[in-house]
Every structure is written in structure tokens, then in C-alpha cells.
Design a protein around this ligand. Structure first.
Ligand code: F0G
Length: 460
């Protein structure tokens, strides 16, 4: 169908109603939620772009698989189906299911991370960083500098700067248990990592005998970008690209709530038998027996099907095309967004959008709140609140970028919904000079404060 216009390769079989509300209602609700969008009940949200994690729609084939799920405690057939699918798609030999991505991190890091360790990577996701810092170790961000400028066009802004990596390995010799590369790089704006870059990172790691791990939550979307943007991959299938990418690495943690196309699930896959054995013991204590790891049999079955569906070109073309559609509308309206667009989300650049609110009054959070009040759209702050305080100095950490993420759930919303979102943002953008004051924190947790933080509006 190459000569025809593009259309989604699926149709709708079931619908879920969304409740419209008024601006007055939303002003009241967000105040009652202490200006924390995580505190809103979902019936008070019109379009929910808080996350693309576990919020996608499963296919009829996945639902059919749910019906034949094998709930045996040990040796479940659904587990075997999933294990074989993971082996076939990733090439890794050992596989351990977990209830979600952060559980995979917890189980694997319990074996690998020790007090005082240093874990270099490309803008680690907050749970990854959290699980490392929780073990009194630290991360070093070796992402390329281009990632921190939202207007520079670089096809692979998730890439690792090899020089920064080499320096950090030299400086911390003997203290690095592994390097972790996140694909796509969520914290840098859903930006991909190139095959050339992972090969280079792999060579550096091999020379120093340091394992290379992948945080693979959005590995299929990353493969799509390699196919479309990197020379030599246009005629390769997504599955071939995925297999080659993982072949340069030693293992992965996976949040299957993204490119597994399921609502809950995760896993670890790796080649090192010894690490697998140790991780299995920890998993049995905290997640469940190694053939279910906190998942229902039916969930594992649906995930096996989801992994195959997510690694098909037509699906990815429609998925990433929808995200780009929203991005292009916003660019047309002059709204500052991270470019090129990420795979799973559009990121508003709050440092350029809300210049009038000081950074210590959480300008990205202020913008996210405005999106909710004006249009009932729930997004998420990826800025100073998320960055937490420095664990040693307890001062706010100000990241290079203050972003608001509009994460698009998979196979869930229509292009018309994207048009609605773009119009709301355009309206806010056109009146941006009226924003003066932001918010102050009145209560926060010592780690991952964004989930539970309470805020109050600073009066003008
Ligand atoms: N790694 C990455 C790159 C992620 O984006 C996430 C989750 C995780 C690990 C943790 O996985 O949620 O299954 O425990 N990201 C979600 C998000 C929460 O909204 O971006 P999890």
C-alpha cells in the first residue's frame, strides 16, 4: 500500500467514554489535589497524557491470549511462551519476569550495585537512578550535549558521548559495575540511540570488561528510528534491528508497560548465568517464583503477543506518526517543543514557554497545571520537581531542561484528540505573558518527590 495515504493498521472494537468538565470544576479539583496532577482521579481528566506506561490498548489477539493464560505456580505455559518470545526477539538466553520495570531494576541491581558504585549512562530514568541511589551509589550522565538544546536537530539525541563515558570510566576505575543505556532516552525527550553509538559504547565497555545493560522500555520505538534515520538500516526489519542492537550488550531491564503493549509487566533478560541465578533468589523473595515474578499467567501470555506486535513496522509507523502529528501542529503554532520529536511523547520546552515564572517557582509544573485547567489535559513535569534534591547537599537540582511531557498512550487516542490538545496549548501559548508567579512546595518525600509532592500557588 506504499502508493496510498497512510492510515492506522487497526480499527476500534470497544470504546471508553471520557468525561468532559468545565474550567471552574478543574480549578477546584486541581487545588484539592494540592496542584499535583498525580493526585487527580482519572474521571476528572479529559485527555490523559500523564504517561504512555500501561495506558495503551491491547489487541484482540492479546485479549484472546488472556483467555488461555496458564496460572500454574511453576512452569506455566504462558511463562514458556513469553520466555521463548523474549529469546527470539532479544537473543538473550536467561529471562526473569517481574511485575514492572522498576522491579526488574530492583531485582537486577540487588545483585550488581554496591555502596559507592558509579553507574554511567545516558540520562537515567528516575526509577533507575532511584534504585541506584537507594543503594548509596551514584549515576553519571554521559548523554551528548546536543540533547540539552531543544532546537538543535540531531537524529540520535539519546546517544552517549564516548569521551564523557571514557573519562568517567577512567576516573571511577574499579567502581563501575555496569554501564546502562536507555532506549529511547525518556529523560532526554524520548530520543533514540543509534546503532553506531551502541556499537561504540559496547567496544569501550568490552575493552574494560564492564557489562553493558539496556533499559529497554521503548526498544521497538528506538529500532524504528534506526530504520528511518540511520544509513544501512532502511531495508532491515524492525526485528532484525532489535536483535542486532541487543547483540552488542549483555542484558536488559524492561518495563513491558511501554513496548510490551500491556498494562502491567516487566522482565530482565541477560546472558550471564551466574547473575541470573543470584537475581532469581532475590526475585523469589520479593517478586515471586521465577516462572511468574509477580505476573499472572494471562499477563505473560498477552505480553508475548504484545512484544511481537510492537516490533512490527506498520504499528510503529502509525504510533510514532501520531506523536509527530501533534508535534508538527505545535511547531506550526510556534510553540517551543523538543526537536526532533520523541518516539512516545512531545516535550514542551518550559524554559522558552514560561519565561516569566522563576525556575524556583517550578515553571514546568505551572505549565502542566495550566494545561489541565484550560483543557482537562493531564501531562507531567520533567523538570526541577522531578529532579529531586541532591542526596548529599539537599538542595534543589536544576536540570538543564524544564520540560512538560505529553506522553501519548499506544493505540488509544485519535488524531482528532491530538488536534484538540494542540489547540489548547496554542491558546495558553498565546496568553503566556500573563503568567507571573508559580508554586511553592509545602510537603515532599525524600526521594521521587514528584509522585506525592504538595504545592500551593504563590499569590501575585
Ligand atoms: N525505564 C524507563 C526508560 C521508563 O520510562 C520507566 C517508566 C521505567 C524504566 C520504569 O518502569 O514504570 O514499569 O516501573 N516510565 C514511566 C513513564 C513511569 O511515565 O515514563 P515501570
Amino acid at each position: 500500500m506504499k502508493d496510498l495515504p497512510y492510515a492506522e493498521p487497526y480499527k476500534t472494537k470497544m470504546v471508553e467514554y471520557m468525561r468532559p468538565s468545565t474550567i471552574e470544576e478543574r480549578k477546584q479539583w486541581i487545588k484539592e489535589a494540592d496542584y499535583n496532577l498525580f493526585n487527580l482521579s482519572s474521571d476528572k481528566v479529559f485527555i490523559d497524557l500523564l504517561t504512555d506506561s500501561g495506558t495503551g490498548a491491547m489487541s484482540d489477539k492479546q485479549w484472546a491470549e488472556m483467555m488461555v493464560g496458564d496460572e500454574s505456580y511453576a512452569g506455566s505455559q504462558s511463562y514458556l511462551k513469553l520466555r521463548d518470545t523474549v529469546r527470539r526477539i532479544t537473543g538473550f538466553q536467561y529471562f526473569l519476569p517481574t511485575h514492572q520495570g522498576r522491579a526488574a531494576e530492583n531485582v537486577l541491581f540487588s545483585v550488581l550495585v554496591n555502596d559507592g558504585d558509579i553507574v554511567p549512562g545516558n540520562s537515567h530514568f528516575d526509577t533507575t537512578k532511584g534504585h541506584i541511589e537507594f543503594r548509596k551509589a551514584s549515576v553519571v550522565d554521559c548523554t551528548i550535549d546536543e540533547a540539552f538544546n531543544t532546537t538543535v536537530f540531531h537524529p540520535f539525541k539519546g546517544n552517549v558521548n564516548i569521551e564523557k563515558l571514557e573519562n568517567s570510566l577512567k576516573l571511577n576505575a574499579g567502581k563501575v559495575p555496569f554501564v546502562i543505556v536507555t532506549i529511547t532516552c525518556n529523560s532526554a525527550g524520548g530520543q533514540p540511540v543509534s546503532m553506531e553509538n551502541i556499537r561504540a559504547v559496547s567496544e569501550v565497555c568490552k575493552r574494560r570488561h564492564i557489562p553493558l545493560l539496556i533499559d529497554a522500555a521503548r526498544f521497538a520505538e528506538n529500532a524504528y528510528f534506526i530504520k528511518m534515520r540511520e544509513e544501512g538500516y532502511r531495508n532491515k526489519s524492525i526485528k532484525e534491528i532489535v536483535k542486532e542492537f541487543f547483540s552488542y550488550t549483555d542484558g536488559m531491564t524492561m518495563s513491558a508497560k511501554k513496548d510490551g503493549l500491556v498494562n502491567m509487566g516487566g522482565f530482565i533478560a541477560l546472558n550471564n548465568e551466574e547473575v541470573y541465578k543470584k537475581a532469581s533468589v532475590f526475585s523469589i523473595m520479593f517478586e515471586g517464583f521465577k516462572t511468574y515474578g509477580g505476573l499472572n499467567g494471562r499477563d505473560m501470555g498477552a505480553l508475548a503477543v504484545g512484544l511481537d506486535e510492537a516490533t512490527e513496522f506498520d504499528y510503529l509507523h502509525s504510533r510514532i506518526g501520531q506523536v509527530a502529528y501533534l508535534g508538527e501542529l505545535l511547531v506550526k503554532y510556534g510553540v517551543p517543543v523538543q526537536q526532533p520529536f520523541g518516539g512516545h511523547a512531545i516535550f514542551l520546552d518550559a524554559n522558552k514557554f514560561v519565561l516569566t515564572i522563576p525556575r524556583d517557582e517550578y515553571r514546568a509544573q505551572a505549565l502542566a497545571i495550566e494545561l489541565y485547567i484550560v483543557g482537562g489535559i493531564r501531562s507531567v513535569e520533567i523538570g526541577t520537581i522531578l529532579a529531586d534534591r541532591d542526596p548529599f547537599t539537599h538542595k534543589n537540582r536544576y536540570p538543564e531542561l524544564e520540560l512538560v511531557r505529553l506522553a501519548i498512550p499506544r493505540r488509544t487516542y485519535s488524531l482528532n484528540h491530538m488536534r484538540y490538545v494542540a489547540s489548547v496549548i496554542r491558546k495558553i501559548y498565546d496568553s503566556r505573558s500573563q503568567a507571573k508567579r508559580g508554586y511553592r512546595i509545602i510537603d515532599e518525600a525524600p526521594i521521587m518527590r514528584h509522585f506525592t509532592v504538595k504545592l500551593e500557588k504563590i499569590k501575585t
